[in-house]
Design a protein around this ligand. Structure first.
Ligand SMILES: *Cc1c(COP(=O)(O)O)cnc(C)c1O
Length: 397
């Protein structure tokens, strides 16, 4: 396939609407909020057609016109995206959900959907002439950035809480990144990464603090629409940390509607967090626009141990606009659900994926999701990164 050009036109503050030039490195908007990439969708539609998609590669760059990279030689890809949506009949039977599906992001390069965001961000960084990157991470983002930087021949610095999953620490080292373990939470790692950026002249690709990781995660929304033949499911259950996935999917649906590929109906977007770290659930319940930092965050689902998210207002907007909800699950429920998903579907999912199963059980019990609704769970990663914390799942019973 010849690489169709990106229809990227500018960046825009997701809070104030202010326009920012796209072709130089930039992180937040002048107002300190999340920047979104904007496209000339009319132009994109000239080559991005349903027919054209049939012969595009089975990775997230198949949507090149509405991806932010202009030149094909800048794309750093390991084959990320276009992950399967599996029918989960046996699990569905167990929890009373007749039309249940799982999008399995565990099959991505580096074992999680963080590959999408980092493929996009590292590619665009390369295009803008940046070659030394840093980021704070609960684990999977660090592994993904390290891999994409290795593939691109770029320098990677990663900052992780010292109790991040061992596999994530090891893979960063294996990919040749400079790993610093931080005594504290991801927010503390964020401060260290920002300081290193300042000191060493690195570009910080913290999630939603630069515009392109969200574009990578947006492709989950594009794929969901395409794989469901342009009929979105009724409910999407998402294990939410920084919320880049939910923000990205929501943005994808908006762009698809503007291109006339879907209507105005949206899935109810469901945020699942852990009882031990639930800033968005608290904000949702309190009717707030922004979330308060969650004190002393604790959960074995490292990817959703995020006490404060810069995109909180965007996540909460999507949940409310869609008629969705936000709820918590316990770590015990998460572990039980990981085991159930493995035994019934043959998917050994990340604890975060288990959280979506646990969340759906509660939604079925409360009646907030009906038995015959089409429900999509996002299993965001593979359990293989979490062998050190998943012990109880593997005990013989
Ligand atoms: C990062 C991560 C999450 C949370 O993703 P966000 O889009 O930042 O909310 C969920 N699951 C896994 C496995 C992750 O690595």
């Amino acid at each position: 396939m010849s690489f169709p050009g990106s229809a990227l036109t500018h960046l825009q503050c997701s809070y104030t609407g202010e326009v920012v030039e796209a072709d130089r490195p930039v992180r937040l908007s002048p107002a300190g909020k999340v920047l979104f990439a904007r496209y000339d969708l009319q132009k994109a539609m000239r080559t991005l057609t349903r027919e054209a998609l049939r012969s595009r590669p089975a990775n997230m760059w198949r949507y090149a016109e509405i991806m932010p990279v202009r030149r094909p030689e800048n794309v750093v890809t390991l084959g990320e995206g276009y992950t399967p949506i599996l029918t989960a009949r046996r699990l569905g039977k167990l929890i009373g959900s007749d039309r249940l599906f799982i999008k399995d992001e565990g099959v991505n390069p580096t074992g999680s959907f963080k590959a999408r965001g980092l493929s996009a961000a590292v590619s665009r960084a390369r295009e803008l002439g940046l070659s030394r990157l840093t980021l704070p991470s609960a684990g999977n983002a660090a592994g993904a950035m390290s891999a994409y930087c290795a593939a691109a021949g770029m320098e990677a610095h990663v900052f992780m809480p010292k109790d991040a999953p061992i596999a994530n620490q090891q893979e960063c080292v294996a990919y040749g990144a400079r790993l610093t373990l931080v005594d504290g939470f991801i927010t503390d790692a964020g401060k260290r990464s920002a300081a290193a950026a300042e000191e060493l002249g690195l570009f910080d690709v913290s999630t939603l603090r630069e515009p392109y990781r969200a574009e990578g995660k947006k492709t989950m929304g594009l794929e969901i629409a395409e794989q469901f033949d342009w009929e979105l499911p009724d409910v999407i259950v998402y294990p939410t940390g920084g919320g880049t996935g939910i923000v990205g999917m929501w943005k994808a649906f908006e762009e698809l509607e503007q291109m006339g590929w879907i209507g105005s109906k949206r899935p109810r977007m469901i945020v699942v967090q852990s009882e031990g770290c639930a800033p968005l659930v608290r904000a949702f319940e309190a009717g707030k626009e922004f979330a308060e930092p969650f004190p002393d965050p604790r959960t074995l689902a490292a990817g959703i141990r995020v006490p404060a998210a810069i995109g909180d207002y965007l996540i909460l907007r999507a949940v409310r606009a869609s008629g969705g909800t936000a709820l918590t699950v316990s770590d015990t429920e998460i572990l039980d659900s990981v085991g159930q998903m493995a035994r019934t579907e043959g998917i050994l999912g990340a604890p975060e994926g288990g959280a979506t199963v646990a969340g759906l059980k509660k939604l079925r019990e409360s009646g907030k999701v009906a038995r015959d609704e089409r429900v999509l769970l996002i299993n965001t990663g593979s359990a293989l990164k979490y062998m050190d914390v998943l012990g109880p799942v593997f005990e013989r019973r």
